[in-house]
Design a protein around this ligand. Structure first.
Ligand code: UDX
Ligand code: ADP
Length: 467
């Protein structure tokens, strides 16, 4: 079966970049990305390609190369489903905020709605691909909906989890470590797997395309994210011990990372991991383990989250303690709000929680992030529901210039590792701050020695004993 028409439901951080790269690499395939959110689709179609809603290095060029040729963004969901032979489901699967499994299980209502819509609209056989990260056995639920509510047409369900990391999405999509496709071990299932493998095969080397059964594929995605998050929590746990003992976490990370069995990646101590995946996927795994009565397994993985919450909280607490136990009405400048550099995504960003803790202490937060809008900052704080929108507006003010954000501040906190922060004129920032001028480097981004020479009271994560 040769695929010539693809539809992707969900034009977010996963669907948008993934489909743009497929369209660029497969000019013979018409790729239509649909979303219910009209504003989002309008932004993907913006005449100025720099205004697309997802910021990723290199993405605007990829979109520009294919948009209008074989890449289309639309709100006509039914039409795109009807036309396509292969449908990616790339909608959001947030953690449930209500009912059973609240705070842990994935909320599958958007997935279910998609499945029902596909069943209603489809008039010929389709391959349906789960792209969103999903709990194990979701494919079975999707299959049951499609088979029981459809028009008698045949559906093949594949799991094809996305491993791209934000900030490096284009690079990760162009040269993936692996592409994973899970499907049924039946002749039809194998044909569907092959059809999807042939799409990727247009630019990904064959040996990097792995095929498994559906459940292994679903669980591999959760496991990969759990292992990565666990490394961050492990090094962050050590960072607190380093601060007490006088060891330096960067030196420890380097020393252990040179052991080829451990490897050097994902050992950067930080203010805590964020992003839409790590916490959600681990909570999901914890929920699944608990539902099978595997309490030790659940507790083991839950500790990764507990450690991460602790790391965010102790960063905020340390700021308060260092500023003579009060930050009330003091100006604290935040450099960075995104959950990592090179993205405009703020979901679960440590900055949100640190700001919330400091606002509880009545601090005034002055934010500068090169890619995050003031509306996004306020919407992130409002989502926590800690206080009214007006109170957040009063306490959290965004600036489009880092020097203005830092002007007259009692302290600067670095929350995101944007490269441009290393290039700032730190002498100028120092000259315009309240004294003593404190810097809390939540990303170990700056040269501590230089900062001290300028006159800053500089603290990073995991180095030097703290009283
Ligand atoms: C992650 C996975 O890497 C990716 O494969 C999956 O598809 C989605 O989830 P993402 O969340 O986009 O990707 O970014 P990632 O680079 O994994 O970073 C996640 C968080 O961990 C960020 O907040 C980052 O700053 C933090 N982190 C990462 C650290 O604090 N230290 C590290 O050493 C690495
Ligand atoms: P991700 O990071 O997984 O891509 P996003 O939240 O960035 O998540 O994107 C998911 C997108 O899916 C959103 O833009 C949302 O509007 C869209 N979406 C959710 N449900 C549906 C649906 N039933 N039909 C079309 N689009 C949907």
């Amino acid at each position: 079966m040769k695929i010539t028409k693809i539809c992707c439901i969900g034009a977010g951080y996963v669907g948008g970049p993934t489909m743009a790269v497929i369209a660029q690499k497969c000019p013979d395939i018409k790729v239509t990305v649909v979303d219910l959110n009209e504003k989002r689709i309008a932004a993907w179609n913006d005449a100025n390609v720099e205004n697309i809603p997802v910021y990723e290095p290199g993405l605007a060029d990829v979109v520009a190369s294919a948009r209008g040729r074989n890449l289309f963004f639309s709100t006509e969901v039914d039409k795109a489903i009807d036309e396509a032979q292969l449908i990616f489901i790339s909608v959001n699967t947030p953690t449930k905020t209500y009912g059973s499994g609240k705070g842990m299980a994935a909320d599958l209502k958007y997935i279910e709605l998609c499945a029902r819509q596909i069943a209603r609209v489809s008039k010929d056989d389709k391959i349906v691909v789960e792209k969103s990260t999903l709990p194990v056995r979701t494919a079975e639920a999707v299959k049951s909906i499609l088979d029981n509510t459809g028009n008698g047409v045949q559906f093949q369900i594949l799991s094809n989890p996305e491993f791209l990391a934000e900030g490096t999405a284009v690079q990760d999509l162009l040269a993936p470590d692996r592409v994973l496709i899970g499907g049924d071990n039946t002749p039809e299932g194998q044909k569907a797997i092959q059809a999807l493998a042939d799409v990727y095969g247009q630019w990904v080397p064959k040996e990097r395309i792995l095929t498994t059964n559906v459940w292994s594929s679903e669980l591999s995605k959760l496991t990969a994210n759990a292992f990565l998050a666990q490394r961050v929590s492990s090094i962050n746990a050590l960072s607190e011990l380093c601060e007490k003992t006088g060891a330096d976490v960067n030196e420890v990370a380097k020393a252990i990372g040179m052991d080829s069995r451990i490897g050097p990646k994902f050992l950067k101590a930080s203010v805590g991991f964020g992003g839409s995946c790590f916490q959600k996927d681990i909570l999901n795994m914890v929920y699944i383990a608990k539902s099978f009565g595997l309490n030790e397994v659940a507790d083991y993985w839950e500790q990764v989250i507990i450690m991460n919450d602790h790391q965010k909280r102790r960063f905020a607490r340390n700021i308060v303690q260092t500023l003579y136990n009060t930050v009330a009405d003091k100006k604290i400048a935040f450099l960075g709000w995104a959950f990592k550099k090179d993205t405009n995504d703020t979901r679960e960003s440590a900055a949100i929680y640190v700001a919330d803790d400091l606002i509880n202490e009545q601090a005034n937060i002055a934010i500068y992030d090169p890619k995050v809008s003031s509306q996004q900052v306020l919407s992130d704080l409002d989502y926590l529901d800690s206080r009214t929108h007006e109170a957040n507006e009063k306490r959290a003010v965004s600036y489009d210039d880092p020097y203005k954000a830092c002007h007259n501040a009692h302290a600067v906190a670095i929350l995101t590792e944007w490269d441009e922060f290393t290039q700032l004129d730190w002498q100028r920032i120092y000259d315009n701050m309240q004294k003593p001028a404190f810097v809390f480097d939540g990303r170990n981004l700056l040269d501590g020695k230089r900062m001290a020479e300028i006159g800053f009271k500089y603290q990073s994560i995991g180095s030097g004993p703290r009283c």
